[in-house]
Design a protein around this ligand. Structure first.
Ligand SMILES: [Zn+2]
Length: 292
């Protein structure tokens, strides 16, 4: 986690912990989906998933551009980089209404995904794809937002004035954002319902149920056997421990009475009591009789 200038940069693994600590004071029921178009993998000089351009330069560059448009700060609340890192806009924290979709920002959170995901543009890296899916799942969990296309919305499903079209309609939609090849299958509502939304749901369930794969019946049986072994060993150890420091047993009572003035403690090990009995028998001349 690094904070510099107007941004806080998180590793994907730091996101959930960070989000858990955030106090949300406004009502948020929509998560916008955008691509930046520019900057993109070309301006970032991405080679094998690694960008040559400085990350802070990229982030501050976007902010400067937004300010030059007369906006009060960075437009988006969050930005996902090509390497999966997530930048939080410090001048547009989660409690500030974003400037993401003109006329449709109230109650929304704006997430910009670095890249141009129109046909012929960038192919999202695996790291970025995983981070994007993880981010939306974390936000759905944190903000209690249903994972569907009424609440996780593409910019393209609105007109330029912010009217809800409910789908990408060429000529009517304000933009193609998040790209006609977004998530590999495009920016339509049905594409989202087939690709992006199920991926978020799967990540959401993975997070809620924990990372583990469900056990097979054979694994369950092995687990039960192991548990039984461990339990019986624990019982045996407890019995041994009890034997190490036991009150005088019935069979050693006479010996104990005899030697009591010489013994400080009323407790001793099994072997101690046994030896005491042997000494006592020797002392008083008791010999064991054979049974016949
Ligand atoms: Zn957009």
């Amino acid at each position: 986690m690094i904070s510099k200038g107007n941004f806080l940069l998180l590793e994907p693994s730091e996101l959930k912990g960070w989000l858990d600590k955030q106090k949300i004071t406004r009502s948020i029921d929509k998560l916008q989906v955008h691509h930046t178009a520019a900057p993109n993998y070309t301006t970032r000089q991405v080679i094998n998933g690694i960008a040559k351009q400085d990350v802070w330069k990229c982030l501050e560059g976007m902010r400067s551009y937004h300010l030059s448009q007369g906006w009060s700060g960075t437009g988006q609340n969050m930005t996902v980089l090509e390497d999966g890192r997530i930048a939080i806009s410090l001048d547009r924290d989660l409690n500030k209404t974003p400037a993401g979709i003109k006329g449709a920002n109230t109650g929304a959170l704006c997430i910009e995904i670095i890249g141009n995901f129109d046909q012929g543009g960038d192919t999202m890296t695996v790291a970025q794809k995983q981070a994007v899916v993880h981010l939306y799942a974390c936000l759905a969990l944190k903000l209690n937002i249903p994972i569907d296309t009424s609440h996780i919305v593409y910019h393209a499903w609105y007109t330029a004035s912010g009217a809800w079209l409910g789908d990408y309609q060429k000529g009517k939609s304000s933009k193609t954002c998040p790209g006609t090849k977004f998530f590999g299958n495009g920016n339509t509502r049905s594409a989202a319902e087939r690709g992006f939304i199920p991926a978020i749901k799967a990540e959401f369930n993975r997070m809620k149920e924990g990372d583990g794969e469900p056990m097979t019946s054979e694994e369950k049986k092995q687990m039960e056997e192991l548990k039984a072994t461990v339990e019986s060993q624990a019982k045996w150890i407890a019995a041994q421990k009890a034997k190490e420091n036991m009150e005088c047993p019935k069979w050693a009572e006479s010996a104990y009475e005899f030697y009591k003035p010489y013994i400080a403690d009323s407790k001793g090990s099994y072997d101690f009591w046994r030896q005491l009995v042997i000494n006592y028998r020797k002392k008083v001349g008791i010999k064991l009789q054979s049974e016949v």
